[in-house]
Design a protein around this ligand. Sequence first.
Ligand SMILES: Nc1nc2c(ncn2[C@@H]2O[C@H](COP(=O)(O)OP(=O)(O)OP(=O)(O)O)[C@@H](O)[C@H]2O)c(=O)[nH]1
Ligand SMILES: [Mg+2]
Length: 386
Amino acid sequence: MAESNFVDYVKIYCRSGKGGRGSSHFRREKYIPKGGPDGGDGGRGGHVYLQGNRNYWTLLHLKYERHIMATNGENGGAKRSTGKDGEDRIIEVPCGTVVYDADTGEFICDVTKDGERVMLLKGGRGGLGNFNFKTSTNQAPRYAQPGEPALERRVILQLKLLADVGLVGFPNAGKSTLLSVVSAAKPKIANYPFTTLEPNLGIVSYRDNRSFVMADIPGIIEGASEGKGLGLRFLRHIERNSLLLFMIPADTDDIRKEYEILHNELVKYNPELLDKRRVLAITKSDMLDEELIEALSQDLPEGIPFVFISSITGLGITELKDLLWKELNEESFHEAERIVHKNIDINSLEFEDEEDEYVFPIDEDEEDPDEEYEAYWDDDAEDDRK
Ligand SMILES: Nc1nc2c(ncn2[C@@H]2O[C@H](COP(=O)(O)OP(=O)(O)OP(=O)(O)O)[C@@H](O)[C@H]2O)c(=O)[nH]1
Ligand SMILES: [Mg+2]
C-alpha cells in the first residue's frame, strides 16, 4: 500500500526507568567518630503513560518514534540525599487508540477520552539507603536496597475511529458522496469501486448547533471479514461507532440480499456489532419515482428503520439526519459503545513490519543482578535486617 498519512497502526518499544540504588554510606566527619549510616534512597524510575489527545487524528507522529524510554532514577547519595526520580514519558495518542502486546496480541488497554491518562509501564521503585536499616541491634548496616528493575514491552497501538455514525456499504454505494453533502469533509468521489482507500471523518452539523461525527470507510464486499477487498483493515473502525448506517443504492437488484451480505460480514468480523443500532439508507433515490419508492418500501429488510435519500437532489437528507440524531440519543447507544476488544492474532497482521532495530540493553549497571533484587523486594524485608 502506498505511503499514506493515515496511520492507524504502529508497533513501538517502551521501557520504564529502573529505580535508583539506595546508598550504603557512613557518615564521616572530623571529630564525629562512628557517624552511623547515612546512605540515602534511590529515586523512582520514570513511568510510561499513554494520554488521549483530541488534536491527534492518526498515529503518524509515532511512526518514526519507535522507542519510548523513560529515564532511570538516580542512585541515593551520602548525607541521606535521595536520588532524583527518573523522567516520565507520556505518549500522546488520538482518542480511540487500543493497545495490544506485540508479542502475544493480548489486549492491554484503550484510551478513549481527551486527557485520559493510562499507565503503560510503571517505573521501578528506588532502593532504600542503608540509614533506613539501622536498628537497636544493628547500628551499622552495610546493605542498601538496589532499585527495582525497569519494565519493557513491545506494544501495538491501533486506532479505532471514534465516530458516532459509521457508513457501511458496498463500494460505489455513495458513502463518500453523502459525507461530502452533510459535512465539510471533501472525500474523493468517483464512479468506480474502492475510490475511498482510507477512512474519512466529517462533522455533521445538526439543528441548534449540535453535531455528530460520521466516518466513511472503504467499501465492504463479500468475504471482507476474511480479508477480501480492503478487508479487515478497516472493519475495526466501525467497531466503535455507536450507530451503523447501511447504504444500499436504489438500483440494486436485491436490496435484502445485499443487506444480508453486509450484515453477515460484520457479524463474522465481530458478533458484538449486532448489538449496535442500525439504520438503512437507500441511496441514489433520484433514480426512482414515487411509485417505485412505494413498491420498494414493501420489500425492505425487517426491523431496521429506513429512509430513501439522494445526495444529488437532497431528497431525504434532512429526514436522515433527524433519524440518525434520534437513534444516537436512544438510551442503549451508550451500551453499544462499550465494545469488548478481542485480543489480536499477531500472526495474521497484514502489515509489513519494519524490522525492529537495535534496542539498547536494559541494564547498564552490571553489578545489579536479579538475585540481589529479589532478596530485597520479594522476601520479607524485615528478615534481611537482622
Ligand atoms: N444519481 C446519484 N448518483 C450518486 C448519488 N450519490 C453518489 N452517486 C454517484 O455514485 C458514485 C459513487 O459514489 P461514491 O460516493 O464515491 O461511492 P462510495 O460508496 O464512497 O464508493 P467507495 O469509496 O468506492 O466505496 C459516484 O459516481 C457518485 O457521483 C446519488 O444520490 N444519486
Ligand atoms: Mg468512497
